[in-house]
Ligand binder design. Structure first.
Ligand SMILES: Cc1cc2nc3c(=O)[nH]c(=O)nc-3n(C[C@H](O)[C@H](O)[C@H](O)COP(=O)(O)OP(=O)(O)OC[C@H]3O[C@@H](n4cnc5c(N)ncnc54)[C@H](O)[C@@H]3O)c2cc1C
Length: 578
């Protein structure tokens, strides 16, 4: 088993293990961080109350540039920058909590601050040398430099490795010269610090290869031009622009992480940065719940408050359960990041997918609960819906992330099976993998997976997790044996595996969080949380069972046939008139 699997809660789950030590006890926000976050939220709240004009900005499609300066003045642009480099030095837990609030106060402002620090200068923060950090972080934290993350291009979106922008070494070997077009870059219109991903030539074993590298490019430069601000569906006041690099100069000291390592950096930044989006989505969901409850309690129809009707109760309860699950897994993941000794890539992808989909559900149901009023521009709800839509698209679409969750999780069991096959075919090499595999199987079959740290009041539902983790590993193995390396082409199966993984992570995080709540406040006072956990687990139980069943019995071939025929037809061919 590889080191990464041993140090990842979710990757271990794909092998049938529950690494309780990684998720129990549920993390707490340290006292000093709590105080700092409260102070920031206080200043932010006052600033927003005085100066945020969300409706007007949305209509115009812009906000004043000074808003960004004010954010920087109250420390909002250097939240994660260490104090020695002029920032506030918040751990990921604290950073996420601030982003949660900012997204509620105004999504466009949230995206602007997020693009600067969740992704814009994150490569420097995570992978820069001390010298590079010393040079740029103080200016980034103060807002003198505004950062953006330049990966996407006209021909390269999800397939980020296919970028065409090139960086070539200058004749004197002192600079890289960057040429290429980047598209839809958040903060593009105000940035003067560009984290740019470009292809470079690398010689490996005598062979010249093209590999992605990461550069910090300072602007303004005559060779950098910025396109017009995009006119968007949502987050309309944020700056989204194309950026054209026509020979922009970058000193060689501004390469991040070494030539040829850029793709790894790009993905590392997103794994880390996604938590900002996920936390913002939790904030948005909570806000929807607040407004939905208000209307459910006030609006009277058929001589009753609409909140008394079962169909409305179901909505409020579902929004609450799913938001609680999202919050539980988002903050658990921030803790895994803060630990710095575990692989959190699958968990962070799950947090982004789950929290952004819960937000979508909440903005939709909030409009439904508000009825016709929900549709009127007099209220902010339709804007919340437009603003929320982007979250399922950027920083990795939810489709790409589902494929990533499944394939990244299956890598460990896949390697174990390949090692096993190799050992059986070549016994002289040693039967280590066979012995490991067999002993692990025996352990799983005899002892199962255990979640002993969950409070006894949650036992029944913790046992759902225990039972499903073992079945999950066995289904993963079945799929790997059936498809071998072709599994990367089997997206119908990947979606099921990802959805099961999402449910298992959500349930595990809730078990941990509610155990901590019970230990601190006692079972009686946690009646609501226990009901939330039970309801989520019962629903997850039905989803997981249905996904397991569909691994063998499904309509996938029909779906493929229908899609392919429709591509041939090019349009929906039926009409009641004909
Ligand atoms: C408002 C906004 C702000 C943005 N900010 C930035 C930024 O700051 N920096 C930056 O670099 N980029 C940014 N982007 C770009 C964003 O990250 C991309 O739009 C996103 O990665 C998707 O790429 P695409 O739009 O080209 O879609 P495509 O990759 O063309 O995808 C189209 C559809 O096909 C699906 N799809 C694609 N490949 C597969 C596959 N292999 N399997 C299954 N389904 C697949 C996708 O999920 C999607 O549904 C921004 C975009 C927007 C709209």
């Amino acid at each position: 088993m590889s080191e990464t699997i041993e140090n990842s809660f979710m990757k271990s789950m794909f092998s049938g293990e529950i690494r309780e030590d990684l998720i129990f006890p549920y993390p707490k926000i340290p006292d000093d961080t709590k105080e700092t976050v409260k102070m920031i939220l206080d200043s932010l709240g006052k600033f927003a109350k005085d100066q945020f004009k969300s409706k007007e900005w949305d209509e115009k499609g812009e906000m004043p540039r000074e808003i960004v300066n004010h954010l920087a003045e109250i420390g909002l642009m250097g939240l994660a920058v260490p104090e020695e480099h002029g920032g506030i030095g918040l751990p990921q837990k604290g950073y996420a909590r601030v982003m949660q609030e900012l997204a509620v106060l105004d999504s466009s402002v949230g995206v602007t601050a997020g693009a600067h620090q969740s992704i814009g200068y994150k490569a420097l923060l995570l992978f820069g040398t001390e010298e590079q950090k010393k040079k740029y972080l103080p200016r980034l934290a103060s807002g003198e430099l505004i950062a953006c993350y330049c990966l996407t291009e006209p021909g390269s979106g999800s397939d980020a490795a296919s970028i065409k922008t090139e960086a070539t070494l200058s004749a004197d070997g002192k600079h890289y010269i960057i040429k290429g077009n980047k598209l839809w870059i958040t903060n593009g219109g105000i940035a003067n610090f560009f984290t740019v991903f470009a292809k470079t030539k690398v010689t490996e074993k005598g062979e010249v290869k093209e590999k992605v590298s990461c550069f910090m490019v300072e602007g303004p430069q005559a060779e950098i031009s910025v396109g017009a601000k995009e006119d968007k569906l949502g987050i309309r006041a944020s700056w989204t622009n194309a950026i054209h690099f026509d020979g922009a100069k970058v000193p060689i000291e501004n390469v991040l992480g070494g030539i040829g390592y850029g793709f790894k950096l790009a993905m590392g930044v997103l794994n880390h940065g996604r938590l900002g989006l996920a936390a913002g989505s939790v904030g948005g969901s909570k806000n929807c719940i607040k407004y939905s409850i208000q209307h459910a309690n006030e609006r009277v129809q058929f001589k009753k408050k609409i909140g008394e009707f079962g169909l409305i109760q179901e909505k409020i309860a579902r929004m609450t359960i799913n938001t609680y699950a999202a919050e539980s897994l988002v903050y658990m993941t921030t803790h895994l990041i803060d630990r710095k000794d575990v692989d959190y890539s699958v968990e962070s992808a799950i947090a982004k997918v789950f929290a952004t989909e819960v937000l979508w559900e909440c903005v939709d149901e909030n409009i439904q609960i508000w009825g016709g009023n929900g549709f009127m521009r007099e209220y902010p709800f339709e804007r919340w819906m437009r603003d929320a839509r982007i979250n399922r698209i950027f920083e990795g679409t939810n489709e790409i992330l589902r494929a990533f969750i499944a394939l990244s999780g299956m890598q460990g069991p896949g390697q174990a099976l390949a090692g096993l096959a190799d050992a059986i075919m070549h016994p002289l090499k040693g039967l280590g993998p066979v012995t490991d595999f067999v002993s692990k199987k025996i352990q799983q079959n005899v002892f199962g997976a255990s979640m002993n740290k969950a409070h006894p009041a949650l036992k029944k539902y913790a046992s759902f997790v225990e039972e499903y983790v073992v079945e999950f590993a066995s289904q993963v193995e079945t799929l790997l044996r059936r498809h071998g390396k072709q599994i990367h082409l089997k997206q119908f199966a990947q979606k099921r595996i990802a959805d099961i993984a999402i449910d298992l992570y959500a349930m595990s995080c809730m078990m941990s969080r509610i155990t901590a709540e019970i230990e601190s406040r006692g079972v009686e006072k946690c009646e609501l949380e226990i009901a939330i956990a039970e309801a989520f687990c019962m629903k997850a139980h039905r989803r997981i069972r249905s996904n397991f069943k569909a691994i063998d019995r499904n309509e996938d071939e029909h779906m493929k046939l229908i899609a392919n025929k429709m591509y041939e037809l090019g349009d929906y061919p039926w009409d009641f008139l004909n």
